[in-house]
Design a protein around this ligand. Structure first.
Ligand SMILES: Nc1nc2c(c(=O)[nH]1)N[C@H]1C(S)=C(S)[C@@H](COP(=O)(O)OP(=O)(O)OC[C@H]3O[C@@H](n4cnc5c(=O)[nH]c(N)nc54)[C@H](O)[C@@H]3O)O[C@H]1N2
Ligand SMILES: Nc1nc2c(c(=O)[nH]1)N[C@H]1C(S)=C(S)[C@@H](COP(=O)(O)OP(=O)(O)OC[C@H]3O[C@@H](n4cnc5c(=O)[nH]c(N)nc54)[C@H](O)[C@@H]3O)O[C@H]1N2
Ligand code: SF4
Ligand SMILES: [Mo]
Length: 741
């Protein structure tokens, strides 16, 4: 008997509505949900291909234990957990909680239970060793928001529904489908801007898919901070600043004006590659277009000054009069009663603010939402002394491929006393683990996307049940975490309390998700609002989800800004200190004449989904992109195998030539470098080329190269050189020049 069950995709941020076809408890098909009120029948190839992940013969469906020869053998959950708990308790007795760490990867953020349980476990344990994908992604955003708004968890989103000018800096939403922004059908949203007579400008070193569809403004890698300072300079000095907005929303605009004064468009043109007139025109358009928004993502986060860049993006929006305005850069709220007071209370009670707690042992980095930079994880394992990391749990992550200097991390993992993975694949990181515990996929768990509620362009609620039971012996992450916390309950005050509640059966993810639904706008307020939403009602009556409001509302800044006077801090001291640090940027090194940037592909998701046949069709290869002029300079031709070398490492892969790049820039997707150890058969066959190369071997994990404010890894604008190692015809496997997208 086939059943059709509405649910939603949780691979990336649009959370597209899906309909799952289930036969005899097995997922047989996924198709886009035409009745979903926001995604309206849209889904991308990854979403559709997820059936192949759920049913992948290479999937881990039973606990695995690593054998002395490096292979894995099936063990029972009881045996695995007994040994893991005993070893964890021993490490805890001998070395304390600060020998135990957790790396929590990107897909974890798409599971409410996983997010809440990892956070609670690490806060309860009081270990400084929480690492997340955030230091390769978004921690700079959290820190910028904390400085500007006193609230790390708020972030403005561009109101694509109503904007007439959208400036996209370092993001490629036609491929990524949007980030720190939940906007399904984002391509149509952007075309809508143009259809209204507006403009979309893409500031990027590569003429991306998005830039091709709209207007491309080339920029030199890591030049954004200079562009933004010049935009501020022009806004202030040419009388374009919105004084009323500044007076109403901000404090310290005078200080920022002073800081921006030296950065004339002429003085920054060399760093940005943007002609002064073009920059002035952009500043004028941002100020004079009634509804304009500037939006930045990964390309603005992974340079040398990610926190400053993000602070400046918001500052430009504010000074141009575009912050917290319809059609501008807007803030989402949950719409709970007394939301601001509740946020202030949480902020006072949960000690996760920037720089709360001790700085990291390696590099002295401040905590960001209780996490430390993943770039220092390896040295935390190998540097002796109190606080040395000896046991690491990794859930939904693959730091060997996603963090800088994967080689160093691989070696360091082998020095640990205990490494445990929770995943449904044995990836390059987990290949070093003592145990791999099988996780459920998203379609095997109940869910409600708590972290994305306030980032949605269309305020929207959708819950889902598991559409199939756990495959094999898979378990949800929170169940494993509960068991670990239980083992420590007599030793850790928070776990003691948690254990008492847990034993009553009241501490479940479902209760947490239900509470958010009921307290948020549209919710039943636990019975006070008749007919309001509950989690159960979402599942029962509204399986395609419920729109709460057609648009975001202006004025939300007064709720999410937690500073006492509700003013945005344009005088945050980090503006001055980070601008001063720009002078320390290393100059060009003739030994490394190219700048390396990243890029995402439509049919990859970071380091995973490279084992799904649907996504590997057409002889996909992991390829570097070079400008023909740069290729000619080193004698490289289409399809040649090249060696790319940085100060920190080298990789080899095939090259394809394209003039979609600013000359001097080379682009390589991250997330490749599958070595065939971990059980992914498809990814390592001739189909998928050689499994590709790990671009993060070129990146530095030296604390001196990590951005000091938010601990961001420097993964873009990295100096490299390229040389040919084998011409196309003789390359080890013939690499077809089919682009991934
Ligand atoms: N298909 C697909 N979708 C994904 C993912 C995936 O792997 N595949 N990953 C998901 C994740 S985890 C995230 S965080 C989001 C990210 O979402 P996006 O930020 O939209 O993703 P990217 O495609 O990496 O876009 C970054 C852009 O920045 C540009 N860039 C690089 N350096 C610079 C620079 O110095 N300045 C400027 N201005 N631009 C620069 C790059 O050329 C690239 O076009 O995507 C998500 N969606
Ligand atoms: N050079 C360079 N490096 C980058 C980036 C870049 O642009 N350039 N982007 C960075 C960004 S934005 C990110 S987010 C990071 C990502 O870095 P990570 O989060 O470390 O790595 P992923 O590749 O997302 O690995 C995801 C793992 O989670 C597993 N998984 C998927 N779903 C689930 C689940 O529901 N439960 C469990 N337990 N496991 C699951 C997958 O099988 C896979 O093994 O990479 C970063 N690295
Ligand atoms: S864009 Fe694709 S991967 Fe992302 S949520 Fe939608 S269907 Fe899933
Ligand atoms: Mo990410």
């Amino acid at each position: 008997m086939a059943e059709e069950l509405p649910t939603y995709c949780r691979i990336c941020e649009p959370l597209c509505g899906m309909v799952a076809t289930v036969e005899d408890g097995k997922l047989v098909q996924l198709r886009p949900d035409r009745d979903h009120p926001v995604s309206k029948g849209f889904a991308c190839p990854k979403g559709i291909a997820f059936t192949e992940v759920v049913n992948d013969p290479d999937r881990v469906t039973h606990p695995l234990k690593r054998q002395p020869d490096g292979t894995f053998e099936r063990v029972s959950w009881d045996d695995a957990m007994r040994d893991i708990k005993a070893r964890m308790l021993r490490i805890h007795s001998e070395h304390g909680a600060d020998a135990i760490g957790w790396y929590w990867g990107n897909p974890g953020a798409f599971s409410a239970s996983h997010t809440l349980w990892v956070a609670a476990f690490m806060l309860g344990l009081r270990s400084p060793h929480l690492y997340t994908a955030g230091s390769q992604d978004v921690n700079n955003r959290f820190v910028a928001s904390e400085f500007l708004y006193g609230n790390p968890t708020t972030a403005p989103v561009p109101d694509l529904h109503r904007a007439d000018l959208v400036v996209i800096v370092g993001a490629n939403p036609l491929v990524s489908h949007g980030s720190v922004l939940t906007a399904p059908r984002i391509k149509e949203e952007l075309h809508g801007v143009v259809d209204r007579g507006g403009r979309v400008v893409v500031v990027d070193p590569r003429r991306t898919e998005t830039a091709r569809a709209f207007a491309w403004q080339p920029i030199r890698p890591d030049g954004d901070v200079f562009m933004l300072l010049s935009l501020l300079h022009v806004l202030f000095e040419d009388g374009l600043a919105d004084d009323a907005a500044i007076a109403a929303q901000a404090r310290g605009a005078e200080q920022l004006r002073e800081l921006a004064r030296p950065f004339t468009p002429e003085s920054t043109a060399e760093r940005t590659g943007i002609a002064p007139d073009t920059l002035r025109e952009l500043a004028r358009a941002l100020a004079t277009t009634e509804r304009a928004a500037m939006y930045g993502r990964i390309g603005t986060s992974l340079g040398r000054s990610g926190t400053l860049t993000t602070m400046l993006l918001d500052a430009v929006n504010l000074v141009a009069g575009n912050l917290d305005r319809e059609g501008g850069s807007m803030f989402g709220t949950l719409g709970t009663p007394f939301e601001r007071t509740a946020l202030q209370l949480i902020k006072a009670l949960v000690p996760v603010g920037h720089d709360r707690g001790p700085r990291s042992r390696i590099g002295g980095f401040p905590a960001v939402l209780a996490s430390r930079p993943a770039a220092i994880m390896a040295k935390e394992m190998t540097t002796p002394g109190k606080g040395q990391l000896r046991a690491l749990f990794v859930s939904a992550g693959n730091p060997v491929l996603s963090c800088p200097n994967g080689d160093e991390l691989e070696d360091a993992l082998d020095t640990l006393d205990l490494q445990v993975a929770i995943d449904f694949y044995v990836n390059e990181t987990h290949a070093h683990a003592d145990y791999v515990l099988p996780a459920t996929t998203m379609y095997e768990r109940q869910d409600f996307p708590i972290p994305f509620q306030t980032l949605s362009l269309t305020p929207f609620r959708q819950g889902t049940d598991a559409v199939i039971p756990p495959v094999g012996e898979a378990r949800e992450e929170w169940e494993v975490i509960d068991e670990l916390a239980s083992a420590l309950w007599r030793r850790t005050p928070m776990f003691f309390g948690a254990e008492l509640v847990r034993r009553t059966g009241m501490l479940t993810p479902r209760r947490a998700m239900d509470a958010v639904v009921r307290l948020a706008e549209g919710g039943d307020l636990f019975g006070l609002r008749r007919g309001g939403l509950t989690f159960a009602r979402l599942l029962r009556d509204l399986p395609h989800g419920q729109v709460i409001a057609p648009h975001l509302r202006a004025g939300a800044l007064r709720t999410v800004n937690l500073h006492g006077d509700r003013k945005v801090r344009l005088d945050a001291p980090q503006f001055a200190s980070e601008i001063a640090r720009l002078a320390e940027r290393p100059g060009d090194d003739p030994a490394f004449p190219l700048r390396l940037i990243g890029m995402r592909e439509l049919r990859s998701e970071n380091s995973w989904m490279h084992n799904a046949p649907l996504l590997l069709r057409g002889g996909r290869k992991h390829l570097a992109r070079m400008h023909p002029d740069d290729a000619a300079a080193v004698g490289a031709a289409e399809g040649d195998r090249i060696r790319v070398t940085s100060k920190h490492g080298e990789i080899e892969l095939a090259v394809t030539l394209t003039d979609d790049l600013v000359p001097g820039v080379i682009a390589i997707p991250h997330g490749w470098g599958h070595k065939g150890r971990g059980g992914w058969r498809k990814a390592n066959t001739a189909d998928a080329g050689s499994g590709g190369a790990n671009v993060n071997r070129l990146m530095s994990s030296d604390p001196a190269d990590v951005e000091p404010v938010a601990g961001m890894a420097n993964l873009t604008g990295v100096p490299v050189r390229a040389e040919v190692v084998a011409p196309a015809a003789q390359a080890p496997e013939r690499e077809a020049a089919t682009l991934g997208a």
